[in-house]
Design a protein around this ligand. Structure first.
Ligand SMILES: NC(=O)CC[C@H](N)C(=O)O
Length: 432
């Protein structure tokens, strides 16, 4: 980048515009944190959750999996690098509200196009700044994630009791069915040639958008895989119509216990023996399709610094995560899936913080999934091998003349690494 370009980019970055007014974060248990507004003003209701990434706030707020959540950033300075038109993970900001300690007064980065404050105002996202985000995080960690509200301007003038009552009247995350709300209405295709792949596509997949992040189809496309992104309401006929070599289900917001339609779709696809890969919500849906339950974690995993072990290789990855629910599957080696026709399954990945299931691998059908985010937007790229693993799975079913660019498929089943020793499990207390 030349000096002129750097100056031009810096000039595009405007200082924040909104004038802060008094604001309050009100938790459903009556705890109240007072600060000033950030972004738009008014009332925002949702589930208060904390995210521990030190960077990547633009990817966080545009991740559709955060729909109906009020996100607390544990990193104290937010907005420093502004907002640009390349890092958004979807067409809009999805967080229902945004909670930060110190909002940047002026963004400073050569890629910045506008301030985060401007962007929040423009998209009508209500935030609060100047609150003790460490105290809020510790409160949520100890008392579990809960419903909350951000009230600013006129909305903050009500009595504390009135504000708590508004929060108590809001919808809980348990039982929330949100994937259809954030999904696209129309199918679209992501082509390898548009992402640096030279030559013909090696494979085609159908990917169900339950709140898909933009980088996910890109990670496939840059490996030569054409991605047909289909709406959350897609049927088996819609899937078959694109003649895919593999099937994928994305991340997404809400309670996986409500995703009956997607569980049914996945079962019908698995019955066709089409290779399957799922990320996050897509992992929970595989778990349910195999007959396991899901449950709500006390405070979930959100951030780009979450350690996970791939039990097949014994390698530890630092991963990007955003989940509040988890699959309830046995950790000890290969077990028969409760839905017997799918054969044996093993927990392939676990969280090293609390032993939560972070991945499932079927041993008798071509299907696997992870609870975390290998597309790494934002986040470390340690888990990129999973995209290659899926390509190898499709290759095994349908050898492709264009050959492999990588061979990172799983180790033989008998080399499964023993589970890490169990640790204190604060995050799974609510497990039923
Ligand atoms: N990122 C995701 O796909 C999240 C899945 C699910 N909504 C959860 O919170 O666990």
């Amino acid at each position: 980048m030349t000096e002129t370009q750097v100056t031009a980019a810096a000039e595009k970055a405007t200082p924040a515009v909104s004038t802060p007014v008094p604001a309050a974060l009100v938790l459903e248990d009556g705890r109240i944190f007072r600060g000033t507004s950030y972004g738009a003003t008014g009332t925002a209701l949702g589930e208060a959750v904390f995210a521990t990434g030190m960077t990547g706030y633009q990817e966080t707020i545009t991740d559709p999996s955060y729909a109906r959540q009020l996100v607390v950033q544990t990193a104290p300075h937010i907005g420093n690098t502004g907002v640009n038109s390349e890092d958004a993970e979807s067409r809009r900001i999805w967080v229902a509200g945004y909670i930060v300690r110190d909002a940047a007064r002026r963004p400073s980065n050569w890629r910045s196009e506008r301030s985060l404050d401007d962007e929040l105002v423009e998209q009508g996202i209500i935030g609060i700044q100047g609150v003790d985000t460490r105290a809020i995080t510790r409160h949520l960690r100890e008392h579990k994630t809960m419903r909350a509200g951000i009230f600013s301007g006129d909305a903050a003038a009500a009595t504390e009791k009135e504000l708590v009552d508004l929060v108590l009247a809001s919808e809980p995350m348990e039982g929330a069915r949100l994937a259809e709300e954030v999904s696209v209405d129309e199918a679209y295709v992501v082509e390898p040639k548009d992402h640096g792949w030279e030559g013909d596509a090696r494979f085609s997949i159908a990917a169900i958008d339950l709140g898909i992040k933009a980088m996910t189809p890109v990670r496939f496309a840059e490996r030569g895989v054409r991605v047909h992104v289909l709406p959350a309401t897609a049927t088996l006929e819609d899937v078959k119509a694109v003649n895919p070599d593999g099937f994928f289900m994305s991340n997404g917001p809400g309670d996986p216990a409500t995703a009956d339609a997607q569980v049914k779709l996945l079962r019908s696809v698995l019955d066709e023996k089409l290779p399957y890969f799922g990320i996050c919500f897509g992992n929970q849906i595989l778990g349910r399709a195999l007959g396991f339950g899901t449950y709500k974690l006390r405070y979930g995993h959100r951030g780009i610094n979450q350690p996970v072990m791939d039990r097949r290789t014994g390698k530890v990855e630092i991963t990007s995560q955003n989940h509040g629910f988890a699959v309830d599957a046995p950790l000890d080696g290969a077990t028969q899936a409760p839905e017997e026709r799918y054969g044996r399954v093993e927990v392939s990945h676990i969280s090293l913080n609390d032993d939560v299931v972070e991945g499932l691998a079927c041993l008798d059908i071509p299907a696997f999934s992870v609870q975390y985010h290998p597309e790494a937007a934002a986040g470390p790229h340690d888990a990129a091998y999973l995209f290659d693993r899926f390509i190898d799975l499709m290759e095994d079913i349908k050898p492709n003349t264009t050959g492999r660019t990588a061979n990172l498929s799983g180790e033989p089943v008998d080399s499964v690494h023993p589970a890490a020793p169990s640790t204190t499990d604060n995050n799974t207390e609510d497990k039923k």
